[in-house]
Design a binder for this molecule. Structure first.
Ligand SMILES: Nc1nc2c(c(=O)[nH]1)N[C@H]1C(S)=C(S)[C@@H](COP(=O)(O)OP(=O)(O)OC[C@H]3O[C@@H](n4cnc5c(=O)[nH]c(N)nc54)[C@H](O)[C@@H]3O)O[C@H]1N2
Ligand SMILES: Nc1nc2c(c(=O)[nH]1)N[C@H]1C(S)=C(S)[C@@H](COP(=O)(O)OP(=O)(O)OC[C@H]3O[C@@H](n4cnc5c(=O)[nH]c(N)nc54)[C@H](O)[C@@H]3O)O[C@H]1N2
Ligand code: SF4
Ligand SMILES: [Mo]
Length: 708
């Protein structure tokens, strides 16, 4: 970063962009006084985020200037996990890392080194792919990052192709809005005003969720559903829509393939059958299908959480068929909103370093990290070095006890780049200081709206912190990698980040973005945008594929979710028609309760779970349970309880409530181990994958609850 364009002394306002892994990607205004950030607020001129940030980001200036920030490289002085470190220089840190990598590569091969990363920041420069070229050049293990929405994306792509889908701003035109597995007011806050506006204009808002959360309380119709059974509901909705002749025949004939096969397939999925699976009365399923099909247009918003069980992929397959059956895509505000990220012409190849991948390099899914580290996966060579950045795997990955055992290995060399000493960083041999968004330059796509946002650095890096881009420039230089990709400046990366000649970027340049902070992609406005009014789906056939042609290649993970690799690895065979995959874990005598671990309102995954302001809002971890389930166990509201299964255990405070269904318990994720007695909800989570895209299965998780 050049210091020349930093704000001049005095008070200035700088265009920022929230870096967090949140669909809203808010445009920010950052106030700087004499080199210190004194406040952040939303950019009021932004049509989607409209000036408000959220409880996580409102006092970001305090996070940035927190005395707890890691601002210098550190070397471990205590036992692993103790969090005891001494300050060292960057030179000493880089020397030690390069020496260890060189020795490991020489004796075990470079695959013994594994990167672990996700979306601490989701900037195109500093986010998902920032380290890929470096690790591919090194020959390290390729890490597969299917943490989030990978199964949903595979299913969606198989059906409608990678389309942005409905513009969230068009929701005001919807007459019927189905919010399915999405706690909008907590996890997608800025969509809500558009839903509320539609509701004011007479739209009906339906929420389908096992939890009556803060969003469900604003719905016109809240439909509780048994976790992991949404596929049964979606298939039964199609049964009714097709069986009662509620389809848009013209739309189906012109813009879909495989209708006859689909009709034949869903004949077996009656509302009565689905009622047994979902716990929803058959008559309600019929009503939902009829109202959904009659409304003109209707829209479905699916949350990422819809994929988190054994049949998550097929659930999204079935849901993705619905809007085509009823012709909902014909009008602005009709169709499906999944992940509008696909609208952005990101030049991924410039960041993946795929050209460096040696054929046959092994792939390890980060979800199995605990097992990979303990040796349970029997990897050859075993993982001897781990580099963690943009992620806090000890808190966000399943099988936490395995992870603790793995990270405790004395022979494992762990490097963690961080803002704060997280639970994971406590296990590092070397900790490296990372800048926050206000100290770095980045360009943001969004997975919740259609605006690009440019983040201009507001202040110089604090202490010796560096952006992730600079971290990998330094590591590459120390390892002797001198290809041009390792010498690019951040400004050059911005030039390469997008296909600036794409029609959706007409008139938008890095300069206009830096000046204005944000720009809407050059698409029709939300009052006109109906991308599939006349078909035009980005599938091989150009139509909605009820019978999916992509299924011929078997189960697959989209390139987005794998470090630097564009290969479609052949996977297990997939039925080309949507079908029902029931939850894997069925209640039994030992473990009768299904545990859900959704997002915490005041944290962003595990980020901010150490910040005093956010911890005050969130409170200590609670476990929600119905009065009946509590009474059956002799548990009372407020009591400390222990949640157990064969994978592990954690404690929480019981909150007795009617907001969850009988047999369901809920503990939001995100809290750190060091604040919660040594284990969190992911101590009991499974590392088993869902049916498509190797998605996680947090919601397919049976437990028992006892007094602590
Ligand atoms: N405040 C806040 N916002 C966030 C995040 C955060 O940590 N905190 N994280 C961000 C990220 S990374 C993501 S991926 C998104 C996730 O956004 P969402 O998908 O909205 O996230 P969750 O809160 O995990 O889950 C939403 C709802 O899904 C329900 N659910 C769980 N299992 C099932 C099921 O089987 N069927 C149905 N119908 N519902 C189910 C849960 O009860 C929960 O109410 O949020 C983003 N925004
Ligand atoms: N039980 C359960 N587990 C889950 C989920 C769930 O719903 N339930 N959700 C899953 C989902 S959807 C997701 S997306 C994952 C999220 O998993 P992660 O992406 O690992 O999320 P965070 O816990 O927020 O960790 C990000 C870390 O990156 C750091 N960081 C931020 N910016 C930077 C930077 O610029 N440089 C560096 N070096 N570090 C930075 C932050 O301080 C933070 O510690 O969790 C998954 N785990
Ligand atoms: S976390 Fe989401 S809602 Fe909050 S400021 Fe960032 S982008 Fe906006
Ligand atoms: Mo996520």
């Amino acid at each position: 970063m050049s210091v020349t364009d930093l704000p001049v002394p005095g008070t200035t306002t700088v265009h920022g962009a929230c870096p967090l892994d949140c669909p809203d990607t808010c445009a920010m205004e950052v106030t700087v006084e004499d080199g210190r950030v004194t406040g952040v607020r939303g950019d009021r001129s932004h049509p989607y985020t409209r000036g408000g940030l959220c409880v996580k980001m409102n006092d970001y200036d305090r996070t940035v200037h927190s005395p707890d920030r890691v601002l210098h490289p550190l070397r471990r002085t205590g036992p692993k996990g103790s969090g005891r470190f001494e300050r060292i220089s960057w030179d000493a840190a880089l020397d030690e890392i390069a020496a260890r990598f060189t020795e490991i590569a020489a004796t075990s091969g470079p695959e013994a080194i594994m990167p672990v990363s996700y979306l601490g920041t989701q900037g195109i420069l500093n986010g998902l792919n920032v380290g890929d070229a470096f690790f591919n050049r090194l020959g390290a293990t390729i890490s597969e990052r299917t943490y989030c929405d990978s199964g949903s994306c595979t299913a969606y792509a198989m059906t409608v192709g990678p389309t942005a889908g409905v513009d969230p701003e068009s929701f005001v035109h919807a007459r019927y809005i189905v919010i399915w597995a999405n706690n909008t007011l907590s996890t997608n806050l800025h969509l809500w005003p558009f839903v509320a506006e539609a509701q004011r204009r007479g739209a009906k808002v339906v929420v389908i969720d096992p939890v009556r959360h803060r969003t469900a309380k604003h719905a016109d119709w809240y439909i509780p559903i048994r976790p992991g059974t949404d596929g049964a509901l979606a298939l039964a909705l199609m049964h009714v829509v097709i069986g009662e002749g509620l389809t848009d025949e013209d739309y189906v004939a012109r813009y879909t393939v495989g209708f006859d096969e689909l009709a034949e397939r869903v004949r077996q999925y009656t509302p009565e059958w689905a009622s047994g699976e979902t716990g929803i009365p058959a008559e309600d399923i019929r009503t939902l299908a009829r109202e959904y099909a009659a409304a003109d247009p209707s829209v479905i918003r699916i949350g990422v959480a819809i994929e988190r069980h054994a049949g998550g992929g097929q659930t999204v397959r079935a849901i993705s068929c619905l809007p085509a059956l009823t012709g909902a895509w014909r009008k602005p505000g009709g169709g499906l909103l999944q992940l509008p990220l696909w609208a952005f012409p990101v030049n991924w190849p410039a960041f993946l370093g795929a050209e460096f991948i040696r054929p046959g390099t092994r792939v390890v899914n980060q979800w199995l990290l605990g097992r990979a580290l303990t040796g349970e996966l029997r990897l050859d060579p075993p993982i001897r070095a781990l580099v963690v950045y943009n992620s806090n795997p000890l808190v966000v990955c399943p099988e936490q006890d395995e992870m603790v055992a793995g990270l405790s290995r004395e022979d494992l060399f762990t490097v963690v780049s961080e803002h704060f000493l997280t639970d994971t960083a406590d296990f590092a041999d070397i900790v490296l200081p990372a800048t926050t968004q206000l100290e770095q330059r980045d360009l943001m796509f969004s997975w919740g709206h259609l605006y690009l946002t440019m983040n201009t650095p507001a202040i110089a890096p604090l202490g010796q912190a560096v952006p992730n881009t600079e971290l990998f420039r330094r590591l590459a230089a120390r390892m002797g990698f001198d290809e041009p990709v390792f010498r690019r400046t951040d400004e050059e990366m911005i030039e390469q980040a997008l296909d600036w000649s794409a029609p959706v970027l007409e008139g938008i340049t890095p300069q206009t973005l830096a000046r204005d902070g944000w720009a809407r992609l050059r698409l029709p406005g939300p009052d006109e945008y109906a991308p599939h009014a006349e078909g035009g789906f980005p599938t091989p056939s150009g139509k909605v594929e009820f019978v999916s042609s992509a299924a011929a290649g078997g189960n697959f993970v989209l390139p987005l979710f794998r470090q630097g690799s564009n290969e479609h690895q052949p996977g297990d065979p997939v039925d080309p028609l949507p079908h029902y995959v029931p939850p894997r874990e069925r209640p039994d005598g030992r473990y009768p309760l299904t545990l859900l671990s959704p997002k915490s309102h005041a944290y962003l995954n595990s980020s901010f779970a150490d910040r005093p302001g956010q911890r005050r809002v969130q409170g200590d971890p609670v476990l929600l349970m119905t009065p009946g389930d509590a009474a059956a166990r002799g548990l009372v509201d407020g009591a400390p309880v222990c949640v157990v299964n064969d994978r592990g255990r954690f404690t929480a405070r019981l909150q007795v409530t009617d907001d969850v269904a009988p047999g369901v318990v809920v503990c939001p994720m995100g809290a750190w181990r060091k604040h919660t007695g040594g284990a969190t909800v992911n101590a009991v989570s499974p590392s088993v994958f869902a049916d498509l895209g190797r998605a996680p299965t947090f919601s397919d998780n049976l437990v028992e609850v006892r007094p602590a």
